[in-house]
Every structure is written in structure tokens, then in C-alpha cells.
Ligand binder design. Structure first.
Ligand code: GUN
Ligand code: ZN
Length: 438
């Protein structure tokens, strides 16, 4: 049995922090310890106390003065879009047709999928992200490549092959039947294998025929424990085209509701231009609205109204995500920095504790994986990020004037990126230094 004892300033969340003085919302240890046995956290708290529980052969790793937090979670990302990032000049539908769909046709080639899956998960680890909800391409082989790589690294990831049978080039289309059959086969092979979780993934209403959404709904009924992920209400032209394609529907959300796609494990990317009725329906179903700030700014899609959605009587569950490659950065720190600005443009503020809650426990709750990750609780998986707020000369300089944990977190969010991620543990194994060494 391998065990390691990490020492550092530990921070994890118990609930949403209402204000920066809401101390009972988090647990912070100035000299903290995390004892990890095999892949789990078996003791956590003040270092002096945790050390007493360590055996003689326990390896001790001192990360002081850095912060130890639960690994970051990215609730919406497209792994086949690594070579789409930085595609210039288009809004959503043109961007999909001009750059994204042609790029995704390359994943017909299984070898290409394996290469990109490896590089993608390297990037996740480099940036401190230990769990993602990922879209693969339409090709079954792309999901196989993703899961094989994720399983090899023992990461907890959620993913699915996209189902799309119309309004895209031939090379990225399936059919209602093949989309169903491939999804079934992938669920059989990968869901619950090690830490892998499958998400039923109809891309969005524009690229799925009514028959395909019917099949996606059948899959959700047959597998109620699975996630479902799709896109909703990102862009005005998208919404108008969707209404043309489903003229009977009351609104965009109504389409997904009609096919049985809403529910507690449903992840709805973007949700920018929702009516009150749609927000009510999403709230009532327990579905999650996924905030993708760098993508929403880059594609000029609009401003997600985070605080309104949180505060309304029928509040929405919210997750945060990069949405690479519409999103422009792999880092969840960069993502929340842009998120802060989007929220500011809506006349509101998110405090640094709220941001870091969102990146960890908040996203874990939204993805229904909080029993396993997103906290530093006993018996959860040891997915941990080590953050250095003095990682760059500019950060070091600014740290000279910083006096509180809240200020330090805000600096990490505002100036931090992969350089601030000193180490990442995936299921108790040092994954970032391993990758660099390897
Ligand atoms: N809507 C449908 N597909 C996509 C995609 O790949 N990225 C984004 N941002 N929106 C989408
Ligand atoms: Zn997306």
C-alpha cells in the first residue's frame, strides 16, 4: 500500500460562500496535511495531527508555502478542437461550418484521435484540471481514444461521442440508428470502467434530426444514471434557425424538454439568451447551465447572467467551463478571470471564494461527482492541485502587497495560468511533474 503525506496551505469548500467573510463556507489550514493512501484521502487537517496517522514508510512531500486545493473541474470542453482555438473572425454558425466541422472530420482517423486525446489530457493536467466533461467527435473511435487515454491516467472524466445527423458535412455525420448503436456500445465498454463516465451527447438541435433527439431521449431513459450534454441558447442566429427547424416548439429549451433530455444530470452549454420561461423549466428539471466565458466573449455570443440565474426564486444550478476550442484557454483560472469580467459587465461581482468554490466543489456538485472529487473530504479521490501565487515576476511583485487569502486567490485568478500550477495529483499520483519528467 503506497501512502504519501502532502504538506501545504489546504483550502476546500463546504458550501457556496455568500461573502468574503463567510468563513464557515470553507476550510483553510495555514499548515495543513493531506494523507493519501492508494488513491484516496484518508486524513486531512492540521499537519501536526495528520502526521500522527502517517506510517513509517509514508513519503512526505512539502509544498509549503503553496496552496493545496481540489483539482479543477471543467464542465464543458471539446477535445477534438485543440487545433480550432484561435480561428479568426466568425460567429457561432460560421465558426462551426468554416473551422470546427472540417477539423472534426480528421477524427475519422483513429490515430489522429489518439494523438489529440493524449495531448489534450496533457494540457488539462498542465493547467490543474483533473476532471472534464468532454465532447468527442461524432466518430466512435474518438471517444474510444479519449477514454483509453483517460483510463490509462486514472482520471475521472465524463465524455461522449457527439450525435449529429444533419446540417454538417458528410464526414461528421452519423444516423439516428448508428448514433444510438455506437453510443450503446461505448456505454457498455466504458461507463463505470475505472473512473470513466459516459455522457449521452446530442451536439445541439440544429445538427440532430427529430428522430435523433428521439433516440437520445430513449438512451437517457434506458440509462438514467448517465449524464446528457448539449448546447442551448448560445447565439441569436442559432436560436432563430433552431426555431425554424422545430416550428412547433415554444422555445429552444422546449425542444430538449420534449425529447426527455432535461434532468439532474443534464449539462446545457451556454444558456445565454434564455427567457424566464426557459429558465423556470431548466430550474424545475434540475438541469445545469454551463457558463463558458472565454468562448462567449471570443465568439461574441453574449453575457451569461450568472448572478441573476443564481439569485432568481427558481435558481439555476451553474457550472463553469472552458469550451475549448470556442473557448480560448485551457486554464480554469483564466476562465474565471474572464468570467469575473462577464459578470462585471452584467453589473455584478463574484468574490474570489465564490470563484474557487465554482472551480472545485461547485462544478463537482453540478456534475454530480462531489462524492468523489471537488473537496478534500475524507474518502474522496486524491485529485489535488498545488498553486503558487508567486509563479511569475509580475505575480511575485503583486504578492508583496497582498494581505489576505481572498486577495491571493484573486491574484491567482487574475494573473494565474498553467505557470501557477506547481503540481497536480491525479488519484494520488503526481501527474504534472511526471509528465514534464517523462
Ligand atoms: N454548438 C454546437 N456545437 C458547438 C461547439 O462545438 N462549440 C460551441 N461553442 N457551440 C456549439
Ligand atoms: Zn461547446
Amino acid at each position: 500500500m503506497t501512502s504519501i503525506l502532502l504538506r501545504g496551505r489546504t483550502l476546500s469548500f463546504l458550501r457556496w460562500p455568500e461573502t468574503i467573510d463567510d468563513h464557515s463556507a470553507w476550510r483553510y489550514e495555514e499548515d495543513g496535511g493531506l494523507l493519501i493512501r492508494d488513491s484516496r484521502i484518508v486524513a486531512a487537517g492540521a499537519y501536526a495531527e495528520v502526521e500522527k496517522q502517517a506510517g513509517e514508510r509514508t513519503k512526505k512531500i512539502d509544498h509549503r508555502p503553496h496552496l493545496l486545493l481540489p483539482g479543477f473541474i471543467d464542465a464543458h470542453v471539446h477535445f477534438p478542437q485543440m487545433q480550432v482555438i484561435a480561428s479568426h473572425g466568425a460567429e457561432l454558425l460560421d465558426w462551426l461550418n468554416t473551422y470546427t466541422f472540417p477539423e472534426e472530420t480528421k477524427f475519422q482517423n483513429a490515430q489522429h484521435g489518439r494523438r489529440i486525446a493524449r495531448l489534450f489530457l496533457d494540457e488539462m493536467v498542465r493547467h490543474g484540471t483533473t476532471t472534464v466533461a468532454a465532447y468527442c467527435s461524432v466518430h466512435k473511435a474518438s471517444a474510444e481514444a479519449f477514454f483509453a487515454e483517460s483510463h490509462h491516467r486514472n482520471m475521472l472524466n465524463i465524455a461522449g461521442k457527439v450525435m449529429m445527423d444533419r446540417n454538417a458535412p458528410e464526414g461528421v455525420l452519423d444516423t439516428p440508428q448508428s448514433g444510438y448503436d455506437d453510443t450503446k456500445a461505448l456505454i457498455r465498454e466504458w461507463h463505470g470502467k475505472g473512473r470513466q463516465l459516459y455522457a449521452i451527447t446530442p451536439r445541439f438541435a440544429i445538427t440532430s434530426s427529430p428522430e435523433q433527439l428521439e433516440m437520445a431521449g430513449a438512451l437517457c431513459r434506458e440509462h438514467p444514471d448517465l449524464h446528457m450534454q448539449t448546447h442551448l441558447s448560445e447565439n441569436h442566429a442559432e436560436i432563430a434557425l433552431t426555431q425554424d427547424l422545430y416550428p412547433w416548439s415554444r422555445d429552444y429549451t422546449d425542444i430538449y424538454a420534449h425529447y426527455g433530455l432535461l434532468g439532474k444530470r443534464s449539462l446545457l452549454g451556454h444558456c445565454i439568451h434564455l427567457s424566464e420561461r426557459e429558465a423556470d423549466a431548466i430550474s424545475a428539471s434540475g438541469s445545469v447551465a454551463v457558463f463558458c466565458p472565454t468562448s462567449n466573449l471570443f465568439l461574441g455570443s453574449g453575457l451569461f447572467d450568472y448572478q441573476r440565474f443564481r439569485r432568481r426564486d427558481k435558481a439555476l444550478r451553474i457550472a463553469a467551463a472552458t469550451d475549448v476550442g470556442g473557448g480560448t484557454n485551457y486554464s480554469m483560472l483564466r476562465t474565471m478571470d474572464e468570467g469575473y469580467k462577464v459578470i462585471a459587465l452584467n453589473g455584478e461581482k463574484l468574490n474570489p471564494f465564490q470563484s474557487f468554490w465554482q472551480l472545485t466543489r461547485g462544478n463537482a456538485e453540478a456534475l454530480s461527482v462531489v462524492e468523489m472529487v471537488g473537496t478534500l473530504d475524507l474518502d474522496t479521490d486524491a485529485d489535488i492541485v498545488v498553486l503558487d501565487a508567486r509563479a511569475t515576476p509580475a505575480m511575485r511583485l503583486r504578492m508583496e502587497t497582498i494581505e489576505s487569502l481572498a486577495e491571493e486567490l484573486f491574484l491567482l485568478q487574475t494573473l494565474g495560468d498553467d505557470r501557477a500550477v506547481r503540481e497536480v495529483y491525479v488519484a494520488g499520483r503526481a501527474a504534472k511533474s511526471d509528465m514534464i519528467a517523462g
